[in-house]
Ligand binder design. Structure first.
Ligand code: NAD
Length: 299
């Protein structure tokens, strides 16, 4: 129990939200959590947090409310819905939405919350499940500088690279660019894997040496074992990356930016989903290259 740290409500305890909220508890925060699956609430309680049966119950006494939800519709439901955050949080509460959603949803949320005296930051993250567990996430923030400064200690318990990118929605725009880079990078790695295997090269040796040169990347380092073992347990689900490719292609169209490589990879991700692979990790882009190359799909 701490007197000086803000009381935190955490909504959305999934692959990311669970380890992130546990890092806050480890840093000394009192965290009250709500999510749809009872076993994930139980996990928070086992880690020293408090379970709440509803959004309203979770946020009522909170100084800071953090949401880590799949996409814009869930954020809107939790924020605006009956029993939602805007209806139940106290004026002065800081709402930090760490989900990856459309920049426009973040802008609208900040405006609507202001009418209730609630301050908002969009603060999506990059670094994946491993980055969440290790508290080394990159956190890209949009909103007012004073709110960013007051949230900094919370961010420091969750991540390592913490940057205010600009006004409301800017964090989401940067996150959309992040997802474009990650998708195209995974696709390039997947194509290299199939090319190397068809050429009869030792794949593990090849990926090791590639990782040390200009072709190396965090994507290659983090996903190498997924490729080698054909282990596509999520991680980051294809379904969520499909959502993010929609966000970045829409946003780019709005500002008149062409994303030719991104558009192709967006289609390949859509195709994986259509073939029933939406629940797999995004490293499963390898399966689509295998199919295109007439290679038997392993796993
Ligand atoms: P997830 O599907 O594992 O978790 C989402 C959680 O939200 C679930 O536990 C679900 O119960 C909860 N939820 C949904 N609707 C709710 C509601 N109405 N009320 C309360 N809880 C609700 O997703 P995730 O992988 O943790 O991703 C969360 C967000 O973070 C997404 O926007 C994703 O794009 C982004 N993200 C994910 C990763 C990753 O590697 N998984 C990395 C960076 C960013």
């Amino acid at each position: 129990m701490s007197v000086e740290l803000p009381e935190v409500a955490w909504i959305g305890l999934g692959i990311m939200g669970s380890p992130m909220s546990e890092n806050l508890i480890r840093a000394g925060y009192d965290v009250t959590g709500h999510t749809l699956e009872q076993e994930k609430t139980d996990r928070l309680v086992a880690a020293g947090g408090t379970g709440a049966g509803s959004v309203a119950e979770a946020v009522r006494e909170a100084d800071v409310v953090i949401t880590m939800l799949p996409a814009s519709p869930q954020v809107e439901a939790v924020a605006y819905g009956p029993g939602g955050i805007l209806e139940n949080a106290r004026p002065g509460t800081l709402l930090i939405d760490m989900s990856s959603i459309t920049p426009q949803t973040s802008v609208d949320l900040a405006r609507n919350a202001r009418e209730k005296g609630i301050r908002v930051l969009d603060a999506p993250v990059s670094g994946g499940e491993a980055g969440a567990v290790e508290a080394v996430l990159s956190i890209m923030v949009g909103g007012e500088r004073s709110d960013f400064e007051s949230a900094r200690p919370v961010f420091q318990a969750l991540g390592k690279t913490i940057v205010l990118c600009g006004p409301h929605g800017s964090g989401q725009t940067v996150k959309a660019a992040n997802q474009l880079i990650v998708a195209v990078n995974i696709q390039a790695c997947a194509e290299a894997v199939v090319f190397l295997e068809k050429s009869g090269v030792d794949l593990a040796a090849a990926l090791d040496v590639l990782g040390g040169g200009l072709a190396g990347s965090t994507v290659l380092a983090r996903k190498k074992d997924n490729f080698l073992k054909r282990d596509f347990a999520p991680g980051f689900r294809i379904d969520l990356h499909h959502k993010d490719m929609g966000i970045v292609t829409d946003a780019a169209r709005t500002v008149g930016a062409a994303l030719p490589a991104g558009a192709v990879v967006a289609q390949l991700i859509a195709s994986l989903r259509a073939q029933g692979d939406g629940g797999l990790d995004h490293s499963a882009l390898l399966r689509s290259v295998e199919r295109l190359s007439g290679q038997p799909v392993r796993a």
